[in-house]
Design a binder for this molecule. Structure first.
Ligand SMILES: [Zn+2]
Length: 232
């Protein structure tokens, strides 16, 4: 940027200061999306240092994982809720890339996560994708991939429509049938690979479990999980 344009940028930012996506304070020069205070003091979980952390434990006795982490704790009314709102509902898809980079910098020092071959985002409902214009988990995956030297595999895990007719089912069976169904479209590519499955926020873990079950049908596939936030 030349000097004149830099003055202009400073002038514009005086009129319309860019705000931190987590605390809503004005950003200063050289800060982007997050202020320096938030960057250091957001509620990091450090789950990458705790192999039997609470997210990993959620999957014990359900699906076999190499490792599972979440970058932040999510609390109602907290900074991570602000940040996730900007990310998901205000069109700020670049937040995903930043958080992916931040998580990747933690994980690339970890001997399990640095063997990841492919990163697969949980697919978004088609309707949601159309409304939002981007899959937030895919944005996070892109940022992670850059730091983990892995490849984002975006169209291999898909939401499959249940073809069973619901007319003659009991109420309970209909409910079961409404549960999300996922499928792996190109399993050959994932044989004997280490796949990192990613999502935005983990609560009950049921979506990740449903995705994981399908991925683990691929011979020799090793599975790990990473999410942006963990909500109790
Ligand atoms: Zn801030």
């Amino acid at each position: 940027m030349n000097l004149q344009r830099s003055y202009l940028a400073d002038f514009v930012s005086l009129l319309f200061p860019e705000l931190c996506v987590a605390c809503r304070e004005s950003l200063v020069a050289n800060e982007h999306l997050l202020c320096t205070d938030c960057r250091y003091n957001l509620p990091y979980t450090n789950f990458h240092l705790l192999p039997d952390n609470i997210v990993a434990r959620q999957f014990w006795a359900k699906i076999k994982l190499e490792a599972a982490v979440a970058l932040f704790y999510f609390t109602k009314g907290g900074k991570i809720q602000n940040l996730m709102h900007q990310f998901k509902y205000n069109g700020m898809h670049q937040i995903g890339n930043l958080l992916g980079n931040m998580a990747g910098e933690q994980l690339n020092k970890n001997e399990i996560f640095n063997t990841v071959d492919f990163i697969i985002p949980v697919p978004l409902h088609k309707k949601r994708l159309k409304e939002r214009g981007y899959n937030q988990s895919a944005c996070f995956a892109e940022g992670l991939a850059a730091k983990l030297n892995a490849v984002v595999e975006d169209n291999n895990l898909v939401r499959a429509k249940s073809t069973e007719t619901q007319t003659h089912k009991s109420r309970f069976a209909r409910f079961e049938n409404m549960q999300e169904v996922f499928a792996v479209s190109n399993p050959e590519k994932l044989i004997n690979k280490h796949v990192l499955l990613v999502d935005d926020v983990i609560t009950t873990g049921s979506t990740l479990e449903a995705c994981g079950e399908q991925l683990l049908k691929v011979p020799g596939l090793k599975l790990s999980i990473a999410t942006i936030a963990y909500a109790e």
